[in-house]
Design a protein around this ligand. Structure first.
Ligand code: ADP
Length: 198
């Protein structure tokens, strides 16, 4: 859209904010099927980081869809805009010096690539929660798979809408073979160096 806005530059920079926080800021994005364990892991990981004095914020699919993105549906167009807005919000948080944990299905590779474009490759850690459809459906935490199988939910990922597995995620976690603590430990090992704790 053509407009007459200009990027403003301010005195306090991202570098300054990171220095104040004593750690780097970036986005940890959990992608995977509904019920794969994204929210559970993001929540558990945030607790560990918080206890270590890391400035964090958690963005969760269901919560954001009830507020900022309540006007969007689950069509490809709606999902694309959902991810774009979340990425822009995450970008602001990362710019504020915060470690952002985002738990969103984000079923399309093109949308996930867009996250990297918006935030910059170096500011994104993609965690693929690879728990199989079979296990997710057996868990059926929110009863959504049953409804989707009965045709009550259109465009349901894994049932009536595709999930494109990430081609090169930074971390792959299958929650059917590990407990929550073990999963968190695996993610921590990868992100501790990236935090650059001072
Ligand atoms: P999502 O956010 O991906 O839709 P949820 O986190 O809401 O998934 O649900 C995942 C379910 O799987 C929860 O009921 C959780 O207790 C269970 N679960 C079992 N083992 C694990 C594990 N290792 N990691 C995460 N969740 C697990």
């Amino acid at each position: 859209m053509a407009n007459n806005t200009f990027k403003q530059h301010f005195g306090i920079t991202l570098k300054d904010r990171r220095k104040l926080r004593k750690h780097n800021s970036f986005l940890i994005w959990f992608t995977g099927l509904s019920g794969a364990g994204k929210s559970t892991l993001a929540n558990a990981l945030e607790k560990v980081l918080f206890e270590r004095g890391i400035g964090t914020y958690l963005l969760d699919g269901d919560n954001v869809r009830q507020g900022l993105n309540s006007d969007l549906n689950f069509t490809e167009e709606g999902r694309k805009e959902n991810i774009r807005r979340i990425s822009e919000v995450a970008n602001l948080f990362v710019d504020s010096g915060t470690v952002v944990l985002a738990a969103f299905i984000a079923p399309f590779e093109a949308d996930r690539n867009n996250i990297r474009t918006i935030l910059g490759e170096e500011n994104v850690v993609e965690v693929y929660v690879s728990t199989s459809l079979k296990v997710c459906e057996e868990r059926d935490v929110k009863g959504l798979y049953k409804k989707a199988r009965n045709g009550e939910i259109p465009n349901f990922t894994g049932i009536s809408s595709p999930y494109e597995p990430p081609s090169s995620p930074d971390i792959i976690i299958d929650t059917s073979s590990l407990d929550v603590e073990e999963c968190v430990q695996q993610i921590l090992e990868k992100i501790i160096p990236k935090l650059g704790l001072k």
